[in-house]
Design a protein around this ligand. Sequence first.
Ligand SMILES: [Zn+2]
Length: 81
Amino acid sequence: MSRDNLKYEPPILCISCGKPLSEIPDSENFEMVDSAVVGTLEAGYGSIHDGSTLQIGICDDCLGRHLTARRVKVVKSVFGN
Ligand SMILES: [Zn+2]
């Protein structure tokens, strides 16, 4: 995921459960999301969506379940968790 040009474009729904995700009040962009993660995916060659930049979000509850089930992998963490 890239944070380049990330802009709050509501409504963003959790890709897993559909719950609406909300921006933390007074934040200037969608990097600061209440109990969720929002980011962008760059579709590359091989995908029928090649050339598209996609915005997706997932709530912390669903992300935790996907991490436990190893459907999502942490590739970097500045906090070491
Ligand atoms: Zn969810």
